[in-house]
Design a binder for this molecule. Structure first.
Ligand code: CA2
Length: 147
């Protein structure tokens, strides 16, 4: 099973600022955590982080026919990007949306998520563990769908 893990703008800055909201661990630490969760589940991961909306759209399109699932934290594009939503709908790959913080408890402008309209599940407020939960959820989901 192959999973694509996409992180959007500023996720590469994790651990550098705002530790009160996003914790003090870095993006590299996040990648290592997800890698070991995937290893445990026998999953082959690919990691992609970009600060550019179009690059994320390109990556989602390239996943068509290649990946069994997508984990995406679109970061700020969560609240603005119809283009990312459309790309996810176009490829129709089971997608779990993850947010490190509990977006529901934050500013009004974060209360809309376009991506959630294409996601089979949204996990938020669990810190980095949310990505591990997403790996486990997608594995179960993909196995069940192939039975
Ligand atoms: O909680 C999440 O995972 C978010 O997707 C993170 C985004 C934010 O725009 C979303 O509303 C919720 C922000 C990504 C990281 O931004 C940083 C800002 C300062 C320092 C480090 C990271």
């Amino acid at each position: 099973m192959k999973l694509l893990i996409i992180n959007g703008p500023n996720i590469n800055m994790l651990g550098i600022r705002e530790p009160g909201i996003y914790g003090d661990k870095t993006y590299s630490a996040l990648v290592e955590l997800i890698k070991s969760a995937c290893e445990k589940e026998g999953i082959e991961p690919r990691f992609f982080q970009s600060n550019h909306e179009g690059a994320i759209v390109d990556e989602i399109q390239a996943a068509y026919g290649v990946f069994d699932g997508i984990i995406i934290n679109p970061a700020a594009y969560t609240h603005t990007s119809v283009a990312i939503l459309d790309a996810l709908k176009a490829v129709s790959i089971p997608t779990v949306e993850v947010h490190i913080s509990d977006v529901k408890e934050r500013e009004d402008f974060r209360q809309i998520s376009y991506v959630s309209k294409a996601a089979i599940k949204t996990i938020m407020g669990l810190g980095f563990d949310g990505y591990v939960k997403a790996v486990e959820y997608l594995k179960e989901y993909v196995l069940k769908s192939s039975r």
